[in-house]
Design a protein around this ligand. Structure first.
Ligand code: ADP
Ligand code: MG
Length: 256
């Protein structure tokens, strides 16, 4: 076995996958730049670590289950007047996840609740936190079936292990009293262990109505609100203000 093959065999034994795959390139670069032994070793180990970190980040983002990517850098504060630059910076620093604070984003459709929730979730994944995204509707389905369905069980296990749970679209559809109770149990179990972002189109006073149970609504909101910031996002719908059409100007669609 020549040296190169021997190194590759060692790398395999040590699970240094990136080093094994990139060995020729790493050596070639080192030779052409005439770097020292110290620099070379530093580069090999450094690139293996970087590769592992990138992979882990990708895995966290995939496992979070976001419906599509959204980024904080694309969130236009000129359009959304309900949040200051300072607040957005504080949110993006993510200390509130370490402190296990919750965040409730409420407001009418199109004001950026989901965008902000996903973007914060993304940022959290990038920074090493485990995140789970779900809509309320899909969470209810998972809670109802987790005793009998392996996929639901796996999703719940993932939620329990998360640092941050995003529950999108709370209050859009009415839920049954069994579902309401399961939601309450989940919120209670996650208390002091997982941060939760809720997006909702309902004011607190309307939760009793969509849960069809005033006492349950109070109990859930009591737990959610204990360590929590609430951002009331008002204003116009970004979708309506930035409506895109595919017909040429002058066509009927522009007059809608
Ligand atoms: P909501 O969840 O409040 O109904 P979304 O977050 O889904 O609204 O926003 C609707 C669309 O408008 C999305 O494509 C989102 O990226 C965009 N959007 C909303 N608010 C903003 C904003 N302040 N800056 C940039 N894009 C925005
Ligand atoms: Mg939404």
């Amino acid at each position: 076995m020549d040296n190169l093959q021997e190194i590759k065999a060692y790398a395999t034994t040590l699970s240094l996958v990136h080093t094994k795959n990139e060995l020729e390139q790493l050596i070639h670069e080192a030779e052409s730049k005439e770097i020292s032994y110290t620099e070379f070793l530093c580069k090999v180990l450094g690139s293996e670590i970087k590769h592992r970190q990138d992979k882990a980040k990708e895995r966290r983002i995939k496992e979070a289950g976001f419906p599509y990517p959204k980024y904080l850098k694309d969130f236009d504060l000129n359009f959304c007047q309900s949040i200051t630059r300072k607040q957005l910076n504080q949110l993006s620093e993510l200390n509130w996840i370490d402190g296990i604070y919750n965040l409730i984003l409420s407001g009418p459709p199109g004001v950026g609740k989901t965008h902000l929730a996903i973007a914060l979730g993304y940022q959290a994944c990038e920074n090493g936190y485990r995140v789970s995204y779900t809509t309320m509707q899909s969470l209810m389905q998972v809670l109802r079936t987790c005793e009998i369905d392996r996929r639901s069980k796996a999703k719940m296990n993932r939620i329990y292990k998360s640092n941050l749970l995003v529950v999108d679209e709370v209050g859009y559809l009415p839920i049954t009293s069994t579902e309401g109770n399961l939601f309450f149990q989940l919120i209670s179990e996650l208390q002091e262990q997982t941060s939760i972002i809720i997006t909702t189109n309902k004011g607190f006073e309307e939760w009793a109505e969509f849960l069809d149970d005033a006492a349950l609504a109070t109990a859930i909101l009591d737990r959610l609100s204990y360590r929590c910031d609430r951002i009331q996002m008002s204003g116009k719908s970004y979708r309506l203000e930035n409506r895109k059409s595919f017909l040429n100007k002058g066509d009927l669609a522009d007059e809608i």
